[in-house]
Design a protein around this ligand. Structure first.
Ligand SMILES: [Zn+2]
Length: 185
């Protein structure tokens, strides 16, 4: 039940009433395969960054593996960047100490270049350890659902959440189980 139409851009926008929790369709939000206890989190923040809403969608094992690999690729990239920034900064300071004119910006420049190089190298290395299928699955998962906006319920009244789904079938299943309406296709 792989949905090939699910591209990077979510298309079906639905609006449901704001609840504490939602009934989730039985299939993986990204590919429709049977789900595992693993979840994919989407969220949004209010304009002033004071309110945050997170929703967890069940996903299958394959999508979870791909998601974990892409998260660790990003983490590795940061780590590599920081490491080479330290090396670059140290190298810049060392070169600067050999110079007769003090170039205060040299260590900073070297640290920056080190950071960029380290990030690039580490990301490349951890990416090459994942298969093209995993990268495609991670991209599909990243595009499968997005929270377009929300309004927390006021003291007397109702709030709402708007969700964008790449898979129209999943969107209508979600709506059937939780009420709500289609905002646009
Ligand atoms: Zn899946």
């Amino acid at each position: 039940m792989v949905n090939l139409k699910a591209g990077r851009q979510p298309k079906t926008r639905i609006q449901v009433e704001y609840f504490g929790s939602y009934n989730m369709p039985p299939g993986c939000v990204a590919c429709g395969n049977p789900v595992t206890p693993h979840q994919y989190e989407v969220g949004n923040s209010s304009w002033n960054n004071k309110q945050h809403v997170w929703l967890k969608f069940p996903i299958c094992d394959e999508c979870n593996q791909a998601n974990k690999a892409s998260i660790s690729a990003n983490r590795m990239g940061c780590l590599g960047g920081i490491l080479l920034a330290l090396v670059g900064g140290g190298f810049g300071s060392f070169v600067n100490s050999l110079l007769t004119n003090d170039l205060g910006w040299l260590p900073l420049l070297c640290a920056f270049l080190g950071f960029m190089a380290g990030m690039w190298l580490a990301r490349g290395m951890s990416k090459s350890s994942s298969t093209p299928e995993m990268r495609a699955a991670a991209a599909r998962l990243a595009g499968s659902v997005r929270m377009a906006g929300f309004k927390l319920p006021p003291l007397f009244g109702k709030g709402w959440i708007k969700l964008d789904f790449a898979n129209p079938d999943y969107a209508s299943q979600f709506m059937m189980m939780n009420g709500g309406k289609i905002v646009r296709f």
